[in-house]
Design a protein around this ligand. Structure first.
Ligand code: HEM
Length: 233
């Protein structure tokens, strides 16, 4: 439980108020007069989606991380590719593994109907990540509002800004330092999540010399297709 609290507080402090992502003009209750229902609508959409598939909670937290590491928390991960330019969303880093876009789309559609052109997608994503953590038993925490949506999203920037599952410690440390995070903050944010736990750490175990003793070693990449096979079997 303590660890969960630490993780939640870290996300709260780091992604919402903290270091690399502080932006001028963010404030509590940013929409209190322009669109008072903003946070309530996002929470309702998140809760509805999570009641159907609680896995969206992980997807939305990861989506905010992937949004914030590329061009800041500007919703650039949500933009679609154009014929002239592939967007972050279509990078193999995000496609097909990033999930929850439809939750943000639904919240945005409702908020456009209620308060046209007011609530940014970047804020919706920040609220949704917070609400996902609360829904799954973590702490609720206040999120500042007022992020502006970017208009630029470039696939190749995901490679240069997001850490790879094959990164070693110094590469990971550098990647987080580039965004203003200390190594302690990096570990707090990452250590209990699927990428480090399931992918990176397991890969280290898999490659450990002790496994040379095994008769058979198999590395299975869990993808959406794998899930489909599992469901159909
Ligand atoms: C330290 C560097 C990190 C690496 C290399 C990394 C990499 C990965 C990878 C490879 C996956 C599996 C994606 C798949 O399903 O194919 C994953 C999942 C995930 N990551 Fe990370 N990650 C890192 C840091 C973080 C941070 C800082 C957060 C959030 C604060 C985060 C949140 C998540 C979540 C919630 C999932 C599960 C997503 C889902 O089930 O939909 N990761 N990560």
């Amino acid at each position: 439980m303590e660890r969960k609290v630490e993780m939640v507080l870290a996300i709260f402090v780091l992604l919402s108020w903290g270091s690399g992502f502080i932006e001028a003009g963010l404030q509590m209750g940013f929409y209190s007069s322009s669109c008072p229902q903003a946070e309530m609508v996002v929470r309702a959409e998140v809760n509805m989606a999570l009641r159907n598939d609680v896995g969206f909670a992980a997807g939305l937290v990861r989506m905010q991380f992937h949004d914030c590491f590329v061009r800041g928390c500007d919703g650039s991960v949500l933009l679609d590719s154009t014929p002239a330019s592939k967007a972050e969303k279509d990078s193999p880093v995000n496609n097909p593994s990033l999930r929850g876009f439809e939750v943000i789309d639904r919240a945005k559609a409702r908020l456009e109907a209620a308060c046209k052109g007011t609530v940014s997608c970047a804020d919706i994503l920040a609220f949704a990540a917070r609400d996902s953590i609360a829904f799954t038993g973590g702490f609720g925490y206040p999120v500042l509002g007022g992020r502006r949506d970017g208009r630029v999203s470039i696939l190749s920037e995901t490679f240069s800004n997001l850490p790879s599952p094959n990164s070693n410690l110094s590469q990971l440390t550098e990647s987080f330092a580039n965004k203003g995070f200390s190594q302690d903050e990096m570990v707090t944010l990452s250590v209990r999540h699927d990428g480090m736990g399931k992918t990176t750490l397991l890969l280290h175990d898999y490659e450990d010399e002790m496994t040379e003793e095994f008769d058979l070693k198999i590395w299975v990449c869990v993808s959406i297709n794998f899930d489909d096979c599992w469901r159909n079997s």
